[in-house]
Design a protein around this ligand. Sequence first.
Ligand code: PLP
Length: 398
Amino acid sequence: MSGSALYETFARAPLSFERGEGSWLIAADGQRYLDFAAGIAVNSLGHAHPHLVAALTEQAGKLWHVSNLYEIPGQRRLGERLVEATFADKVFFTNSGAEALEAAIKTARRHHYVNGNPERFRTITFEGAFHGRTLATIAAGGQAKYLEGFGPKADGFDQVPFDDIDAAEKAITPETAAILLEPVQGEGGVRTFPAESLKRLRALCDKHGLLLIFDEVQCGIGRTGKLFAYEWSGVAPDIMAIAKGIGGGFPMGACLATDAAAVGMTAGVHGTTFGGNPLAMAVGNAVLDVVLEDGFLDDVTRKSLLIKQGLASVADEFRGVIEEVRGTGLLLGLKCRVPNVALNAALREQHLLTVPAGDNVIRLLPPLVVTDDEIRDALGRIRAGAAALSAAPVAAAG
Ligand SMILES: *Cc1c(COP(=O)(O)O)cnc(C)c1O
């Protein structure tokens, strides 16, 4: 055995945390870190939120798992609440984002199959996409670095440049089933599809009988200041994958669909052992209790303006480090002039945790419950990190 017993698939920072409180992570030696990574947009309500802890521990004392062979009341309730709050009529619960995407892609293919068009199985996606790490979702994401060495790319995915709607139209063939995109690309570098583009894609799907699939695994559940990012555009999808923030740290995801889109998903055609289990459902319902409280989402937008104003002035002061501030709500990106990993490391030195993304961007993904004081604190750390990089051009180049 070399090194640890674990697969070497993650380049881990030399940090390990013992507990969390709200927007803070605390290491075994007591050192505190301000968490603007939030488990990559997973800890939507921060760490150890009392309402989530109560929901999970109460459920844990009653029933953990029964399988989908039986009725699961919490699943029915969370499904109804998601339907109530969105375009959707039907929900399928999963354990992860990738599984939610798999369910979405399968839903689209089955839709055409049962409608007498089994040849329509292909999905159009956009460069910079990230949809997960299963064999189908790496094919959907289309990124060479994730596909390399895993055999032939799963068939059925055609990729066009980011936000190139003309190219998407040209890519439509008699075999096309769906168009899939993240309204705001997370991994791809916090890149937002303009509302106008989503409207054009909706029109294309309607014209050609295609299903529009949104991946809101990262940008959903209040992250942009609406429950779902698509609401900013007024364009509703036919199918949507969610995960990350809905569990607040408990692994779960879901695929949402209209009745028409889900028409092929009948008894026995799809399944999951763990998806929608009572523990996950208790936490998912508790997350919605908080996110759907009056004023909660407006407060995300208010805090977003506070942090964006501060970031704009830091970017102004350190033009050699930060090129641009982008994003919506609390899904924010700093496009860097230095390597993004250098800024990420400099911020970690300041005990501020952030996440690198594509396009040389650093993502800022604070818990949605971050306070104004914590935002001001983070801005001070970002200024200090940027100053340290400006003063040390050698480190900045490395
Ligand atoms: C994280 C992510 C996924 C994959 O989710 P997993 O839970 O890691 O499988 C898919 N799509 C988007 C947009 C994501 O950010």
